[in-house]
Design a protein around this ligand. Structure first.
Ligand code: AHR
Length: 329
């Protein structure tokens, strides 16, 4: 059996950031001190939410004394697979990753299993034939987030749901195609919306969780479609782009069009307070400390719960919004 290489050398050879101290400040070439080594594949830095998620992981690893090999996949699944293979080659104690999309992980996770390295899936879920190829999942419950978004609309449009008035026309901007939050949020939303024939989803397109795409999509939607009652956006980044596009057309967001968004970044909460957004569903990115506890358990040979969902809140117009603490992202 090969000897575990020093983390410093591994970083040098395969280009990971080794995080050993401070808030998100990488230190390279730190010798192994006998602690746990965690290989973490992050998908990128597409949103303020994601940057906070990475920071939470890096800070929590430093606080727990866990040596973190942190890899940024720049939004490419192939880069994640390469990173996981490198973690296996260097015999890290635990692998954790955020799967950019749900499918396509069977082979590489079989390789990790064969190497005896436990794998923790976080933030986004995977669809896999053999569930035993990973130890467990920690992250948000996207289906429930989608349901919360729809439940807000049911209350908001209560009067129109019972009348034979014109339909309530919904535009949906979804997240990255094939990702579990895009699938889950769409699924949960429809579970509720489909119970009310007055609701009609007149347009649904992926904006890839990006502000720039939210802006572009909304500009073209506004050219083609009229009488939009609702925009359901799968994340705040896209929502901020949507707000820019709507304001350019002198439409009042939050009044002329009801806007429901997911993440609860500070910018979205501020927009809610200004009345430009009507409901914000929290998606909690601060999972670093819980991930480190799970990594410690797994490194010690323990099993963990199959699915751990973190707590999330819903912030709506009409709530007392003055007491929301700064979001930090
Ligand atoms: O996977 C979680 C989603 O990914 C967040 O809602 C979004 O902002 C991020 O990019």
């Amino acid at each position: 059996m090969a000897v575990k290489k020093s983390v410093g050398l591994a970083a040098l050879l395969i280009g990971f950031m080794v995080i050993t101290g401070g808030c998100g400040k990488p230190k390279k070439e730190t010798p192994v001190t006998g602690g746990i080594i965690l290989g973490f594949s992050q998908i990128g830095a597409e949103s303020a939410w994601r940057r906070c998620n990475s920071q939470s992981i890096q800070e929590a690893a430093a606080a727990a004394g866990i040596q973190l090999l942190f890899s940024n996949a720049e939004q490419k699944q192939e880069n994640q697979i390469k990173a996981i293979r490198s973690f296996i080659a260097y015999q890290v104690d635990v692998i954790a990753f955020v799967p950019i999309v749900a499918d396509g992980w069977d082979n590489v996770l079989q390789e990790a299993k064969d190497a005896g390295i436990p794998v923790l899936v976080t933030d986004r879920k995977i669809d896999i034939e053999d569930e035993n190829l990973y130890a467990g999942f920690i992250g948000t419950d996207s289906v429930s987030e989608g349901r919360s978004a729809a439940e807000f609309l049911v209350k908001k449009f209560e009067d129109r749901l019972t009348s034979q008035d014109k339909p309530i026309r919904i535009v949906e901007l979804s997240g990255t195609t094939g990702s579990s939050p895009a699938r889950g949020r769409a699924q949960g939303f429809r579970e509720i919306i489909d119970q009310y024939p007055q609701f009609q989803i007149i347009y649904s397109e992926s904006g890839d969780f990006l502000r720039s795409k939210g802006y572009e999509l909304m500009r073209s939607v506004l050219k083609e479609l009229q009488d939009i009652d609702v925009i359901f956006s799968h994340n705040d980044g896209m929502t901020l782009g949507v707000l820019d596009a709507i304001k350019e057309k002198n439409i009042n967001p939050g009044t002329d069009i009801v806007i429901v968004t997911i993440d609860a970044e500070q910018a979205a909460i501020d927009a809610l307070i200004r009345g430009e957004v009507n409901c914000v569903i929290e998606c909690n990115p601060k999972t670093g400390p819980a991930i480190m506890q799970l990594a410690q358990k797994l490194a010690g040979g323990d099993t963990i719960d199959r699915f751990i969902h973190v707590e999330e809140a819903v912030f709506s117009e009409g709530d007392d919004l003055s007491s929301i603490p700064p979001r930090g992202y």
